[in-house]
Design a protein around this ligand. Structure first.
Ligand code: V47
Ligand code: SF4
Length: 381
């Protein structure tokens, strides 16, 4: 029986789109021009077939999630990104929150006896929370629960921490790794292109600085994720520029686990006048990312931001990971207007969500080692 991609190649009348489909079928990398063509011309169903082909070649129906929670040490931040609904300038710090090390360790202790595998720690850039503070935090978490994987600090937080401590990136990361830091989350990437970055995130680490921190982490044997904040003032060319820089670095280091497109949400920030992307654009981007980023093993839909039903739909557009249980431990997206105001899903709910999409749910750890197989719900067509 002919596969969907064969049928697509046979029936696509546009010669340029047909050529791209042929490249995908024969596992040839698509170029930036091909990618722009996909953004400009390809229909959602065409993209879905190609992205799903890539996804199933890599993972079959396997769809990953983990059991995790977040700690957000503070929402006080020295920076003022225009899209941020969460941060509070230091001058208004009485309106924000700052957690002590003991309070954060107590949060970790509240998960004692629960089968959680990862803590994700990111927050605002607080001028008083420095290297020593975070080294002590990590050491105390590890002393209490050595098996918990610590994925922490965006490149933005790290850049500020290291500059303040007068450390090189390599020295700083080496110290944090020795304390127990295991992976870096993908945040802070926003849009690398300087024309966009200077308009939405003017005063924090540059795109090149973000990439250099992740490159160094990879060289030190740590894995990391990469994000892209999309659907605001950027053009397709800027998205491609961002993904090309990630693809190039991944060719060099192979240190990225997953790419996470983050949909811009417009509530309560300085970009509230910018409308949000719609569901079709969201699914098109996931699919194009899956096709273009041929060296990224995983593509994640972060359900607290996208909403659980849209995350479920993305499983047909290249996505093979929907993050984790979260346990209502993050405020970044609820404050920015996500429909998920108290993001929390039980393992059973995550499994059901994946099975409803006729995919095969697998609990993973941070590095994608498989922990629990929840059985296939697959209908073979
Ligand atoms: O860098 C902030 C984004 C990121 C808004 O690595 C916004 O597994 C949309 O990076 N609209 C932090 N996005 C979150 C993050 C993340 C989340 C989940 C998993 C992982 C991972 C990483 O949140 C920021 C920024 O790009 N963000 N405000 C907003 N209004
Ligand atoms: Fe600060 Fe991060 Fe918000 Fe920018 S996105 S203002 S760095 S908390």
């Amino acid at each position: 029986m002919a596969s969907y991609i064969d049928l697509l190649i046979k029936t696509t009348s546009d010669i340029t789109l047909k050529e791209i489909a042929e490249k995908v079928k024969s596992e040839q990398r698509i170029s930036d021009d091909d990618c722009l063509l996909l953004f400009n011309k390809a229909t959602l169903d065409y993209l879905g077939v190609l992205a799903n082909h890539v996804r199933e070649k890599l993972h079959g129906h396997r769809t990953y999630f983990n059991r995790n929670f977040h700690i957000e040490p503070t929402n006080i931040c020295v920076f003022s990104c225009k899209f941020c609904s969460y941060s509070m300038l230091y001058a208004h710090k009485e309106e924000g929150w700052e957690l002590s090390i003991d309070q954060m360790v107590d949060i970790v202790k509240s998960y004692d006896g629960k089968p959680i595998t990862e803590v994700h720690i990111v927050g605002g850039v607080h001028p008083k929370m420095d290297m020593a503070y975070f080294i002590e935090l990590i050491q105390k978490i590890k002393a209490h629960r050595p098996d918990l994987h610590i994925k922490a600090f965006t490149a933005v937080e790290l850049d500020y921490m290291f500059r303040k401590a007068k450390l090189t990136v390599k020295e700083g990361l080496t110290q944090l790794k020795a304390a127990g830091l295991q992976s870096l989350p993908g945040g802070g990437a926003e849009l690398f292109h300087p024309d966009i970055r200077k308009q939405i995130a003017r005063d924090k680490v540059s795109g090149d600085g973000w990439l250099a921190i992740h490159e160094t982490a990879h060289e030190l044997g740590m894995h990391s994720n990469a994000t892209m904040l999309y659907g605001h003032i950027e053009k397709y060319e800027h998205r491609i520029d961002h993904m090309r820089k990630l693809r190039d670095l991944q060719d060099k280091t192979k240190g990225f686990n997953t790419f996470i497109p983050l949909k811009f949400r417009n509530a309560n920030n300085d970009m509230s006048h910018v409308s949000e992307s719609n569901l079709t654009e969201d699914m098109r981007l996931f699919a194009i990312a899956r096709i273009y980023l041929d060296n990224f093993p995983h593509l994640k839909a972060y359900w607290p931001m996208l909403g659980r039903q849209n995350a479920q739909m993305s499983l047909s557009f290249g996505v093979n990971d929907i993050d984790g249980t979260i346990d209502d431990s993050t405020k970044i997206y609820s404050m920015a207007g996500s429909e998920e105001q108290t993001p929390s899903m039980t393992t059973e709910e995550l499994v059901a969500l994946i099975k409803q999409a006729k995919r095969h749910p697998i609990e993973r750890d941070t590095l994608y080692n498989e922990i629990n197989d929840f059985g296939s719900a697959v209908v073979v067509v």
